[in-house]
Design a binder for this molecule. Structure first.
Ligand SMILES: Nc1nc2c(ncn2[C@@H]2O[C@H](COP(=O)(O)OP(=O)(O)O)[C@@H](O)[C@H]2O)c(=O)[nH]1
Ligand SMILES: [Mg+2]
Length: 454
């Protein structure tokens, strides 16, 4: 056996040299990258390929490979049936005969080098039956291609990557609704787990399952007075202008006129005379008592004096960032009959970062409910979901307009899931746009009587 070391810049060059010297049946024993240069040990020299090749026969035994003598375009491609050697030599593992390597590298070589070896068109290669390994490689490539095409988002740069296309679409739908990408992706992971046994991922199944997941992720608190309840004290806190007083008036109207409950209003927002007068006007129309309170002690006194009432609603002013001590006093309020429900009132139109700051600021008064207003002024409801999900506080009611009393609804997770999946709008549409909107939302405030009072 003749063994020889070859150095070349590319494998193709090495094969060409080996073929010329050892013949086409030479086998490659090893290859490695080396550096060759002027410095000791070849450091920083040009990287070269070092190939050890061997043959049992002398290169002179082989006739040179004939070069094509007629133009490529005029030569007819004829399949050549290979004639296997009478006694094929078993090739050692990881070694390849030069002929096979030559065939492969010839098909991939750059045009400039093509002249030195027969053109694959001029001397067509025999059709080799794909081996098991080639089959597996092809299968892997097909799977990779499928994964890439199904997981790439259609048009959005982020969100949903890594999910099959229909789930990725749902993921982006949630992100468009204002959910954080992380929350949307968590929901879609849960969605994929739930739908793991489904053979086909239809948009219908995805939307239904997503609806259930959204609904399960958040809670509704139920009404201020559940059937059978005859006493509750609820306080409403939050930044100024979010709609605390409006929500209180809507609730007072509903419980007084629809549920026939005795309602008492206590307001701590006494600095602005107009605000008190505004509330007094409603109190007079409804026939409910309004108490003004300067301090939290006054509030407690008012609660004690109206124990016989069914519902006591406490209005508060918006507190500035530097009024944490005053806010903390509200957190300390305790009714000896039971806990005071504290509704943190927030606008659905507020940016998520500001909502988080507000939640952090009002944490000292230990809110137990989230009441969102102004759902009618936005088309994105992701913030409601995010805050309910992150704080784990139940949603109580939401304001859907300025009209008193009809524009308030009992918060229901299923309804929020509807809004997030764009299955409906917050508005109850009236068949006749010229007539006032129906009072259906009053019915949905929840209460002790199923029918509206006449
Ligand atoms: N569009 C809309 N406006 C609302 C809603 N709730 C309250 N408002 C308006 O928001 C403004 C401030 O409300 P107000 O109750 O005085 O806020 P407060 O300072 O938190 O007591 C008023 O003009 C209300 O009519 C709502 O759900 N939708
Ligand atoms: Mg107010």
């Amino acid at each position: 056996m003749k063994v020889k070391l070859f150095h070349a810049e590319t494998m193709h060059e090495a094969i060409r040299d080996i073929k010329a010297e050892l013949g086409p049946d030479a086998i490659i024993l090893s290859t490695k990258r080396v550096r060759q240069g002027s410095l000791p040990f070849g450091l920083f020299g040009k990287p070269l390929l070092e190939v050890t090749a061997a043959t049992d026969r002398d290169a002179k035994e082989f006739a040179p490979i004939p070069q094509p003598t007629i133009p490529v375009q005029r030569q007819e491609a004829r399949p050549v049936t290979p004639t296997p050697p009478a006694t094929p030599e078993p090739a050692p593992l990881f070694q390849d005969t030069l002929s096979a390597l030559l065939r492969r590298s010839t098909t991939a070589q750059p045009r400039a080098e093509a002249a030195s070896v027969p053109s694959p068109i001029a001397t067509p290669l025999p059709r080799v039956k794909p081996t098991e390994r080639v089959h597996r490689l092809k299968q892997d490539l097909r799977e990779l291609h499928q994964r890439l095409t199904t997981s790439l988002p259609d048009d959005a740069p982020t969100g949903g990557a890594g999910f099959p296309a229909p789930i990725a679409r749902a993921c982006r739908q949630l992100i468009d609704q204002g959910l954080r990408p992380a929350s949307a992706e968590n929901l879609c992971l849960a969605l994929r787990r739930r739908l793991a046994s489904e053979t086909a991922l239809t948009d219908g199944a995805i939307q239904e399952t997503l609806h259930r997941l959204l609904e399960e992720a958040i809670r509704g608190s139920g009404p201020l007075l559940s059937p059978g309840d005859n006493y509750n004290v609820a306080m409403f806190v939050g930044p100024s202008g979010v709609g605390k007083t409006t929500a209180i008036v809507k609730l007072a109207t509903h419980y007084r006129l629809e549920e026939h409950k005795s309602v008492v209003l206590i307001t701590l927002d006494t600095c602005r005379t107009a605000a008190v007068e505004h509330l007094r006007m409603y109190a007079d129309v409804l026939g409910v008592t309004l108490e003004t309170a300067q301090t939290t002690a006054d509030v407690m006194d008012g609660i004690r004096r109206h124990r016989e009432a069914n519902l006591i609603l406490i209005d508060t002013p918006g507190f500035g960032a530097n009024e944490t001590a005053r806010l903390a006093h509200l957190g300390g309020l305790k009714d000896s009959y039971g806990p005071i429900e504290t509704h943190l009132v927030l606008s659905a139109c507020t940016r998520m970062q500001d909502l988080r700051r507000t939640v952090a600021r009002y944490d000292v008064c230990a809110p137990t409910r989230l009441l969102f207003t102004k759902l009618d002024e936005t088309a994105e409801y992701g913030n409601l979901f995010e805050l309910a999900y992150q704080t784990t506080l139940p949603l109580s009611y939401w304001g859907i307009g300025q009209q008193v009393p009809e524009d308030l609804e009992l918060a229901q997770p299923g309804r929020l899931a509807d809004l997030l999946l764009e299955r409906g709008s917050v508005h109850v549409t009236s068949p006749d746009l010229s007539s006032p909107r129906g009072c259906d939302s009053l019915a949905s405030l929840g209460g002790t009587t199923p029918q509206h009072a006449q």
